[in-house]
Design a protein around this ligand. Structure first.
Ligand SMILES: Cc1cc2nc3c(=O)[nH]c(=O)nc-3n(C[C@H](O)[C@H](O)[C@H](O)COP(=O)(O)OP(=O)(O)OC[C@H]3O[C@@H](n4cnc5c(N)ncnc54)[C@H](O)[C@@H]3O)c2cc1C
Length: 447
């Protein structure tokens, strides 16, 4: 069976595909693969643009590892620790948490990924004080090449924990993930259209003066769509009985999100991109129209409903983490390149922010970060655009998102990640024969 990722840029034929349903079946599947001389890769939701999950060996899906195992309190902090099967999709996790009056502290744009896949590539949202998903992991169970299960956390097998909470699955198969959740909360979302220049000039204030700030920028347009999300008090009645008022509000919210998220964001974007593909000359007009046509709106909803949205228009993406202090220069350079070449790009850039993190291989490791996502409609060529953007990113020490397209290798990344040697030491101990490696992991992580 051919396996293809969401973006349809990676296709491989694994020697076999297996979907174990229990810890014993998982250990068995790994042992059998090793005995037969095959490598092993796990696929989560298949939402990486990079060939991170690709394998011509044995492909494991942990879709059946999707149960809630337990909710407990951290004895020291009192925070909720939630342990789930590593294959649980984020939308399922969000629902499980909401039913218990809990939520993830921060999330990315979509909720189709598995929790293990999301943390393994450094999936992040936006917010100067709110790190990526891997920063919320408090424990993992890792199954090694011999099928043995090891628990790890900050105080138990610490190094394995550090290397496994963001390690592209190269230290072993994650079978459970424990995340620290926060009390459920609402977000007040303010979506606006603002002049690009004003946003760039006031960027520091916009980023640090709000909980979650990001913006979308259609290439060469002089206006951008800004999203500012403010965290509100914990939700009053998590999972409680649904009254008439709440049902009416939910129906209104559903109608609003159908119009804004489906018709305006997805249907109109697809239409504009198809038009730009056939008639490239209209792209600049379409882009500046798209920037103005977005309707300013303000609404309040549960955090995961605000943060995660359907992305139905297929695209390709490279994304780099750059020091926050240089992001305005980086954006100006990308703008200059797009203007001088007239490259046909009807898809917006997305600019997000993160605090310095301590996860060994986090692209935000040790520095306040801006993530610049450069996206292209899947039917249009992206290579020249992405290569130009990469040159701009790497000139400022940018670090590529591990799950997105890029051309960096371990030599470049060794200069960017101080803890890479520690990571390699742990990985080589956990998986000395490279059972969990593939060509992509060898390129970016060595070994
Ligand atoms: C439309 C779209 C929107 C996106 N939005 C964002 C965003 O807002 N922010 C962001 O940072 N990224 C975003 N991404 C990227 C995405 O979050 C990452 O690529 C993520 O890894 C995908 O998760 P997945 O479950 O699909 O993992 P996969 O792509 O299937 O796998 C990713 C990696 O995790 C490994 N893996 C998966 N499960 C396990 C396991 N149980 N044990 C060990 N290793 C495992 C795989 O082997 C692979 O190396 C987006 C991608 C798309 C297509």
């Amino acid at each position: 069976m051919i396996w293809t990722n969401w973006a349809r840029n990676v296709s491989v034929t694994p020697v076999r595909q297996e979907q174990p349903g229990s810890a014993d079946e998982l250990s068995d599947a790994i042992r059998r693969a090793v005995k037969d001389g095959h490598t092993v890769r796990v696929v989560g939701g298949g939402h990486s643009f990079a060939p991170a999950a690709a394998t011509e060996g044995v492909q494991l899906s942990l879709d059946r590892f999707n149960a809630l195992h337990r909710v407990e309190r951290d004895p020291d902090t009192g925070h909720a620790l939630v342990t789930v099967g590593a294959g649980m999709r984020l939308h399922h996790l969000n629902q499980v948490l909401a039913e218990r009056g809990l939520a993830m502290q921060n999330l990315g744009d979509i909720d189709r990924q598995s929790i293990a896949g999301a943390i393994s590539t450094g999936t992040h949202g936006t917010g100067a004080r709110f790190g990526g998903l891997a920063t919320r992991v408090r424990a993992l169970t890792v199954v090694g090449p011999d099928g043995e299960v090891t628990r790890c956390g900050p105080t138990e097998n610490h190094d394995l924990f550090e290397a496994s909470r963001l390690g592209l699955g190269t230290t072993g198969v994650l079978s459970t993930v424990t995340v620290e959740a926060v009390p459920a909360f609402d977000l007040r979302a303010v979506e606006d259209v603002q002049p690009l220049e004003r946003v760039l000039e006031e960027l520091d204030h916009l980023v640090t003066g709000s909980d979650h700030f990001e913006f979308f920028w259609f290439p060469t347009a002089r206006k951008v769509q800004t999203l500012t999300h403010t965290r509100l008090e914990s939700r009053a009645d998590p999972g409680g009985p649904v009254g008439v008022g709440r049902r009416v509000r939910r129906a209104a919210a559903a109608a609003r999100s159908f119009i804004d998220d489906e018709l305006l964001s997805n249907v109109a974007l697809e239409l504009a991109n198809r038009t730009a593909t056939t008639f490239p000359a209209v792209t600049p007009t379409l882009n500046s129209f798209a920037a103005q046509a977005l309707r300013p709106r303000t609404y309040t909803a549960a955090s995961h409903e605000v943060l995660c949205n359907p992305r139905r228009v297929r695209f390709r993406e490279t994304e780099y983490a750059v020091p926050r202090a240089v992001v305005v220069d980086v954006l100006r350079e990308i703008d200059a390149w797009l203007r001088s070449t007239g490259e046909n790009v009807p898809f917006p850039l997305e600019i997000r922010f993160a605090p310095a993190e301590d996860v060994w291989l986090s692209p935000a490791y040790g520095r306040d970060t801006a993530y610049v996502a450069v996206q292209q409609y899947w039917r249009l060529p992206h290579a020249r655009y992405f290569a130009a953007a990469e040159q701009i990113f790497t000139a400022v020490g940018g670090r590529p998102h591990w799950g997105k397209l890029h051309t960096r290798d371990v030599d470049y990344l060794a200069d960017q990640y101080r803890r890479l040697p520690d990571f390699q030491r742990v990985r080589d101990t956990a998986d000395p024969d490279g059972v969990f490696a593939n060509p992509y992991t060898r390129r970016v992580l060595g070994g």
